[in-house]
Design a protein around this ligand. Structure first.
Ligand code: PGA
Length: 249
């Protein structure tokens, strides 16, 4: 039986006070259990509030939404992997479509961020996904696998085997239009096959999450799809009651 991962990407939402109230409600709904992993990705300035709110729940993990690829230095406004680790993060999102398409992050930068995460002992959650134009041009698998290779290419096989992958089609993010379970499954299979090709022994351990307009209505069907090991959720993770019901799917 799969033990699915439920990851909440709050993006630029929830002040420290809102985050604290959210976690209080969520914990009232979600007791400790072995059969689900929950990870929160709060905005950087609300991270400490979530650490405090979760102090009695080490079963729930935390991640940051972004890091710089350097460990420290004169990079005003940025946060590094060692700083994130020191603040209590275990995970970091790398290559999210908003980083790539809104902030112009390149595949080279994504690869450097993944390497920085691993150096600091963070697990990178590597986000990959095609745009609508790429999908319509039949390029989905080549785009996704290209992003995957660029992100993991600098790692040893052992380090790559500790990563998490999130397939998030750009056209599905925040649009209300999710990939069908069959479409998600097909891309996840391609990702799994590629992982087998360059890290045969560890490839089965790498979880592959789906993200893009997941909600309480479609979460169960997406999770039941072959090769879908969990969900990365944006908009539908912002409401504590709604998020609780997705996690308890
Ligand atoms: P969404 O976002 O659930 O709002 O589509 C997902 C994501 O960007 O990680």
């Amino acid at each position: 039986m799969k033990s699915p991962i439920f990851a909440a990407n709050w993006k630029m939402n929830h002040s420290p006070a809102d985050a604290t109230a959210f976690i209080r409600t969520f914990l009232a709904n979600f007791g400790k259990r072995q059969d689900r992993s929950v990870i929160f990705f709060p905005p950087a300035l609300s991270f400490g509030a979530v650490v405090s709110a979760l102090k009695d729940r080490p079963d729930i993990q935390l991640g940051v939404q972004n890091i710089h690829w350097e460990d420290k230095g004169a990079f005003t406004g940025e946060n590094s992997a060692p700083i994130a680790r020191g603040a209590g993060a275990k995970y970091v999102l790398v290559g999210h479509s908003e980083r790539r398409h809104v902030f112009g992050e390149t595949e080279v930068e994504t690869g450097k961020k993944v390497a920085a995460a691993v150096r600091a002992g963070l697990t990178p959650v590597v986000c990959v996904g095609e745009t609508l134009a790429q999908r319509e041009a039949g390029e989905t698998v080549s785009v996704v696998l290209g992003q995957l290779r660029a992100a993991l290419g600098t790692l040893s096989g052992a380090d790559a085997a500790n990563a998490v992958i999130a397939y998030e089609p750009v056209w599905a993010i925040g649009t209300g239009r999710n990939a069908t379970p069959a479409d998600a499954s097909a891309v996840h299979h391609a990702i799994r096959a590629e992982l087998h090709a360059f890290l045969p022994s560890g490839s089965l351990a790498v979880p592959i999450l789906y993200g893009g307009s997941v909600n309480r209505g479609n979460a169960a069907d997406l999770l039941a799809a072959p090769e879908v090991d969990g969900l990365l959720v944006g908009g539908a993770s912002l409401d504590a009651e709604g998020w609780s019901s997705i996690v308890l799917t």
